[in-house]
Design a protein around this ligand. Structure first.
Ligand code: ZN
Ligand code: ZN
Ligand code: ZN
Ligand code: ZN
Ligand code: ZN
Ligand code: ZN
Length: 222
């Protein structure tokens, strides 16, 4: 956990009106925080404008500005929530996971997937913590392979049944590739010789695994 996220405990990120994590939090002059909507509604139903916590009165409706720091802290992934794979410092709560990029994205980092035509085609799912440990919903086998042709994770049975003529690599390899290309933001130059070797390894694995799938276990740890 980073230093900044330790500054506020989870309790301090809860609105005392709705008892939920802040949504668009605002700070009153008495330094108490509430969701903007909660405090507005509270003041709508009460004649006096006062702080619900300390009862400090305000004589007019304040110009409420969302406290961006607290707002961000409220979005940081808590234990049990899936963190964004792209956030570097305070990892925000992921909204969706991309099965192609094999990454979970927060609201900010999900945007390219909703706007860029290249990424719009990617299949998104509810956020999953461990994209490597997922099981195939059809065959109940670990999704440890990645079909490059379909840009999707497949299990061993999927491979044999539906992706026989496709370019399939180990999911681990695909994840490494993704990490290196950093979701396409920075194109890492791989030395041509290493690149060639990687391709050879991939090809070797691909062709040895294709005719007899029982070789899979002996070749998977290349
Ligand atoms: Zn609230
Ligand atoms: Zn107060
Ligand atoms: Zn993020
Ligand atoms: Zn994607
Ligand atoms: Zn399957
Ligand atoms: Zn395929």
């Amino acid at each position: 956990m980073s230093a900044a996220s330790c500054l506020l405990t989870e309790e301090q990120l809860l609105c005392s009106i709705c008892l939920d994590v802040f949504f668009n939090p605002v700070t009153l002059p008495c330094e108490h925080n509430f969701c903007k909507n909660c405090i507005m509604q509270h003041w709508d139903t009460n004649i006096q404008c006062q702080c619900p916590s300390c009862k400090e009165p305000f004589y007019r409706r304040l110009d409420l500005r969302v406290n961006t720091f607290i707002s961000e802290m409220a979005q940081v992934a808590k234990p049990g929530e899936v963190p964004c794979d792209i956030c570097t410092e305070n990892k925000m709560k992921a909204l969706r996971s991309c099965l192609v990029c094999l990454a979970s994205c927060c609201e900010t980092h999900l945007k390219p997937h909703l706007t860029a035509s290249r990424l719009k085609r990617h299949r998104l799912t509810d956020p999953v913590e461990n994209l490597e440990g997922r099981m195939c919903t059809i065959h109940d086998k670990p999704l440890e392979l990645f079909c490059k042709t379909d840009q999707t994770c497949v299990c061993m049975l999927c491979l044999v049944l539906d992706h026989k003529s496709h370019k399939v690599i180990l999911l681990k390899e695909q994840l490494e590739e993704r990490k290196k290309s950093d979701l396409g933001r920075r194109e890492t130059k791989i030395h041509p010789m290493i690149q060639e070797r990687r391709l050879k390894i991939e090809e070797k694995w691909f062709f040895t695994v294709m005719p007899k799938t029982n070789q899979f276990s002996s070749t998977k740890n290349l």
